[in-house]
Ligand binder design. Structure first.
Ligand code: SF4
Ligand code: SF4
Length: 359
């Protein structure tokens, strides 16, 4: 059952502060001596600079499919997967319409934006009120190679959050270059869809900043926009696709009616399930029964009650593996939300014998 909430349905510490973008795991690959060699290895595979290992899921054909799927993202939003903002399709500026469109009210504007976003490629769309807590406390300028103040060029009224579904069959082959192709395809669709939605808003006479992995934390924004809950795997779990989505967001000065955050039992289910923790080849996902307020890594954003994954362990596996990984997405029973299997698992984990039966 889906329940709507008037506030964020997550405990957030009074002294919570968003991390600086330079401390996100991929940007640490530019300055942190511990992470630099790991990121070099990851980039060799990501940018096809060495032959794939040739085993099943890592053949030349698989590598070609992966390169094709990532091609729009890599060429049109350079390094955005690592957090680089304001480039290519994610440009913060663009030609505006000659006339500023007016709307009867925020609800009408929201309906129009959501319908247009779906037409332009979004699988799910939600609207969040602007909340500075989710903006990195400083941004990282890839050209200058340093942190810069986090300051938008106009007053943000609303954030449109979009989820793009990852191909199920390709994702379920994780870890492999084929599952990496599923991620790349979604990243490429994020780039295209972000560009199109930003263009639509600008032609209505308003400003729009499309963002992929840059500028702000996508997952809390998606929770605030009513798209889902956060799971043990640290991902957004949506009622429609489980965690098998990629997220983009568009900051705008167009006033929109915000959606309400939702819960549908994910937190309770994750306490018993632990499937992602068992399936993670890097042991990067905690088994603890309950979530905590404290992360274990410089790249964790502490002060939010959740399960903190360890990004250092995760990317070490990516580097060894010769490609990224989606095990914690593919194994999640919420992929099969309406299937008999998920319903059975949900019932079993509610029962006293849940821990035994789950195994
Ligand atoms: S991506 Fe793979 S290695 Fe990383 S946390 Fe998920 S399952 Fe573990
Ligand atoms: S696999 Fe299980 S524990 Fe992990 S996020 Fe999905 S439901 Fe939660």
């Amino acid at each position: 059952m889906i329940i709507e909430h008037n506030t964020m349905p997550v405990v957030i510490a009074d002294d919570y502060k968003c991390i600086e973008q330079k401390n996100t795991i991929f940007i640490r690959g530019l300055w942190d001596p511990e992470i630099i060699p790991i990121m070099r290895k990851i980039e060799e595979a990501h940018y096809n600079l060495k032959l794939p290992k040739g085993t099943s899921g890592y053949t030349t054909l698989d590598a070609a499919l992966k390169a094709a799927a990532w091609s729009i993202c890599m060429q049109c939003t350079p390094k955005n997967e690592y957090g680089c903002a304001n480039k290519g399709f994610y440009d913060w500026d663009g030609k505006k319409g000659l006339k500023k469109e007016t709307f009867a009210d925020k609800s009408e504007a929201s309906l129009i934006i959501k319908n247009a976003a779906k037409f332009l490629g979004a699988n799910l769309v939600g609207i969040a009120e602007y909340d500075s807590r989710w903006i990195y406390s400083s941004w990282y300028d890839f050209e200058k190679g340093q942190s810069v103040p986090a300051k938008f060029p106009f007053k943000i009224e609303s954030v449109i959050v979009v989820a793009i579904e990852m191909d199920q069959d390709a994702c379920f082959s994780s870890p492999s270059l084929i599952s990496s192709a599923a991620s790349g395809l979604a990243y490429s669709q994020m780039a295209e869809t972000g560009k199109k939605i930003a263009t639509f808003i600008r032609m209505l006479g308003y400003n729009a900043i499309p963002c992929g992995n840059d500028t702000a934390l996508s997952i809390p924004l998606a929770v605030q926009a009513g798209l889902g809950e956060v799971g043990r795997n640290g991902m957004l779990i949506t009622p429609q696709y489980g965690p098998r989505v990629r997220l983009l967001k568009i900051f705008t000065d167009l006033p929109l009616q915000a959606d309400k955050p939702i819960t549908f039992g994910v937190n309770k289910f994750c306490m018993k399930c632990r499937k992602c923790a068992q399936t993670c080849p890097a042991e990067a996902i905690p088994f603890d029964l309950k979530p905590t307020m404290e992360g274990t890594s410089l790249s964790n954003c502490s002060g939010i009650l959740k399960w903190y994954t360890n990004p250092e362990k995760c990317i070490r596996f990516w580097a060894q593996n010769g490609g990224d990984c989606s095990n914690c997405i593919a194994c999640c029973p919420y992929n099969k939300w309406s299937s008999w299997h998920h319903n059975l698992v949900e019932k079993v984990t509610e029962s006293i014998g849940g821990d035994i039966l789950r195994k």
